[in-house]
Design a protein around this ligand. Structure first.
Ligand code: GCB
Length: 599
């Protein structure tokens, strides 16, 4: 899906701002009569002060009046949402236009022509934040009968982040030609010595046109290639490099009867990615991932788009010698992806497939009454949601040079019977859907040790979340070191041709907390914890990168093991460094992006 931009033939208008707002029942045929308002985009949770409204589960109604611009005969209007979490139903003047399930990918609906003569219309959006065993992420949905007989809906998260909801990303009104460019797919094939790139630009239009022209421009806006059949050869292209990004742009034009129908400009980078002999190559050089698992999580905005925070995070990331992040545990905003492209930061791109582990809820007693966990793959009905989100993420992010790998799931029960049957087709779908055929990984949970796991042979990279010294051998870094070493050696032995990526390791740390004995939760323990882990990482030849958990402290649901959120950040939630940052910066600035472990 194309990102909303202005071009000669398209005009976008931001609908962000202050909308009317109400939680509960509403008939969209009538004007939303409420004295409450809400900002778009943001999570509604943290800007509402009342506790019950913050944690409200159900329908939230948003409404705004929008002006209908003057249209030419061959033009149409569409409404585009960057994301609505988790289900969005859209109405114009009470008429239902459609709905979108899934809280982290964009969608759009055309506005019916019957409204084109109006001066203004009412745009109403019903946002629902329920999660259950058919949705991604997976939530435990319960209805409790209150003392007054009313039903109280609850979602007990089957994952470790707060269930923020709302209109999370930008909303636009798009004016464009009816027969417009629907999609652009860009792939580049580099010669072995990287001196030549064959660039293929495939364009989809609504209806057939006479001519589609593609022009490629460099960063100085100089025309470097042009074609009418989509294939352009560039000699000595400047590559998109880690922390040295170079972006070309492809200008696409649709022509009919000698007239320009539509035009769109898509940025792209030229680089290669592949996995071979237990290494991860970018532009034919073995790459070492240094960075983070993150969250879209800031004070006040919650999970809502916060472009200043995005830029600050990537500036901090670069400053401490990192080069990459994983979009744990859902697709991040399109704005963040474009920023990563521009700044040369490598992205491991994850779908919201988190919570696919029934025992997780039992272990946290989310099910209540000590109910026995069932086999995950008999309980979950997430296949349709999983297929949809794979298609939507790849449709959205396929052209981003920063994206080097896809994640099919985070910490599913890959050690339970049925995991293989569930994941095999999804991994296949991910590989075939991607026009660039990037590697696919699955982020493995601690319990799915090499002897128990059923799926890691299906993926290109072994991604591991391991908490030796935290959830295992808590406070005992000697035993932790031993355990980690033994396990990593086993993965290395089992899969000598696959790279291993540490996608998570970390220890909760309260800023300012110190102890003579560097015990858990102190800043000193965090320093020792990382030192121990890194010693082991450096011994494992196939270990191609380390992404710590987490970049910053973040909000979670209330749990016994969470002291107002998860504190495994290297930065506090407001981005102040913890003591460990100095050590991490020393290490990462001394590890080169390429050839760190060249065999
Ligand atoms: C994990 C999860 C992550 C949690 C983290 C933790 O394995 O992938 O979502 O936040 O552990 O801190 O427990």
């Amino acid at each position: 899906m194309l990102y909303p931009i202005n071009t000669k033939t398209r005009t976008i208008q931001s609908l962000n701002g202050v909308w009317r707002f109400k939680q509960g029942n509403h008939d969209p045929e009538t004007v939303l009569d409420s004295n409450e308002v809400m900002v778009v985009p943001t999570s509604f949770n943290d800007v509402i002060v009342e506790k019950d409204k913050r944690s409200y589960i159900g329908d939230s109604w948003y409404e705004v009046d929008i002006v209908i611009p003057k249209l030419e005969d061959q033009e149409e209007l569409a409404l585009r949402f960057g994301s609505v979490t988790h289900l969005g139903k859209v109405y114009v003047n009470g008429k239902y236009l459609g709905e979108h399930k899934g809280g982290y990918t964009p969608f759009e609906f055309s506005i019916p022509e019957e409204f084109y003569q109006e001066d203004s219309v009412r745009l109403t959006v019903c946002v629902n934040n329920e999660l259950n065993y058919t949705t991604l992420p997976v939530g435990n949905y319960v209805e409790e009968v209150q003392e007054d007989g009313k039903i109280h809906k609850k979602v007990l998260e089957n994952f470790d982040f707060y269930n923020y909801a709302g209109i999370h990303r930008n909303v636009h009104l798009i004016k464009r030609p009816k027969n417009h460019i629907k999609d652009i797919v860009i792939t580049s094939q580099l010669s072995d010595d990287l001196s030549e790139a064959k660039i293929d630009v495939t364009v989809k239009s609504v209806e057939v046109v006479d001519r589609i022209s593609v022009s490629i421009f460099d960063e100085q806006n100089r025309l470097v290639g042009k074609s009418e059949n989509g294939c352009i050869v560039l000699q000595h292209p400047r590559l998109w490099e880690v922390l040295d990004a170079y972006l070309y742009t492809a200008r696409v034009e649709l022509w009919l009867n000698g007239e320009l129908l539509d035009t769109y400009t898509e940025p792209f980078g030229i680089r290669s990615v592949n996995v071979k002999n237990g290494q991860f190559f970018i532009n034919n050089k073995p790459f070492y991932f240094k960075g983070f698992g993150k969250h879209e999580d800031t004070y006040i905005n919650g999970r809502g788009l916060n472009e200043a925070a995005n830029l600050m995070d990537l500036n901090l990331l670069k400053n401490i010698g990192a080069n990459s992040f994983r979009t744990s545990h859902y697709p991040y905003s399109e704005e963040m992806m474009r920023l990563a492209d521009r700044m040369g930061i490598v992205v491991v791109d994850e779908i919201p497939a988190v919570g696919l582990f029934q025992e997780f809820s039992a272990s946290l007693d989310l099910l209540g009454n000590g109910e026995k966990p069932k086999n995950t793959w008999e309980v979950m009905q997430t296949k349709a949601a999983h297929e949809q989100v794979i298609d939507e993420l790849i449709a959205r992010d396929k052209n981003h040079p920063s994206v080097v790998m896809w994640v099919v799931a985070n910490e599913p029960a890959s050690h339970e019977v049925g995991a293989r049957a569930y994941f095999e087709p999804l991994i296949e779908q991910m590989k075939t859907a991607d026009p660039q055929h990037r590697p696919v990984t699955l982020v493995n949970i601690m319990l799915a040790t090499p002897d128990k796991d059923e799926v890691m042979d299906l993926v290109d990279v072994i991604s591991l979340n391991r908490y030796y010294g935290w959830y295992v051998h808590h406070g005992d870094l000697v035993k932790a070191e031993q355990g980690l070493r033994e396990e990593l050696q086993e993965w290395q032995r089992l899969y000598p041709d696959k790279p291993i990526l540490m996608t998570e390791y970390g220890a909760d740390t309260l800023p300012g907390l110190q102890s003579m004995w560097d015990i858990p939760y102190t800043e000193g323990y965090q320093v020792d914890y990382y030192e121990t882990n890194h010693r082991v990482f450096d011994e494992i030849p196939n270990l191609v990168g380390e992404q710590v958990w987490n970049f910053a402290d973040f909000e979670t649901n209330v749990m016994l093991i969470r002291v107002k959120g998860n504190h495994k950040g290297l930065f506090s939630r407001n981005r102040e460094p913890k003591q460990v940052i100095r050590e991490i910066k020393k290490r990462w600035t001394s590890i080169s992006d390429y050839h760190y472990k060249s065999k």
